[in-house]
Design a protein around this ligand. Structure first.
Ligand code: ZN
Length: 148
């Protein structure tokens, strides 16, 4: 992904693509990270200013370069654009619980579902800002399935 082009597409001045913002986008390219995880990753590149991190998150959210996901009481940051499986406004995430406390996030491309929602008559006079779909799953209990 060309991060510089991303800024041009968004009609943002390339001078606003600071080094810290560049690395934030780079880090989030294939990951969903919490604030703490993002902070930890940025530290590896020498970025340790928390205020700057907050400001950069605000900036990237406002310009729809990143987006927020709310899962299990946690906020995750995710790249909104140029991710292989979603655009800013067509997010579908499947949360797979492996047990009560642990889960992993999978991105699924389901463009038809988003089209269906957009085409609903009730949205015809509205500009849809975003559609976020999160599906929470767990493995079926084998003993339970045997009973039926
Ligand atoms: Zn995602």
């Amino acid at each position: 992904m060309d991060i510089r082009n991303l800024f041009i597409e968004k009609t943002l001045d390339s001078s606003r693509l600071t080094k810290a913002r560049y690395y934030m986008i780079k880090i989030l390219e294939n990951h969903h990270l919490t604030f703490k995880e993002l902070q930890k990753e940025l530290l590896k590149f020498g970025f340790n200013n928390v205020t700057t991190l907050y400001n950069n998150i605000d900036f990237l959210l406002e310009n729809k370069i990143i987006t927020e996901l709310f899962i299990d009481g946690q906020t995750y940051y995710d790249l909104a654009l140029d991710n292989p499986n979603h655009e800013a406004d067509s997010h579908i995430h499947v949360i797979h619980y492996t047990d009560t406390d642990n889960y992993y996030i999978e991105e699924v491309s389901e463009h038809k579902i988003f089209e269906l929602i957009r085409e609903r008559p009730r949205f015809q006079n509205l500009d849809i800002e975003s559609i976020k779909i999160t599906i929470t799953t767990k493995k079926k209990n084998k003993d339970e399935t045997k009973k039926y």
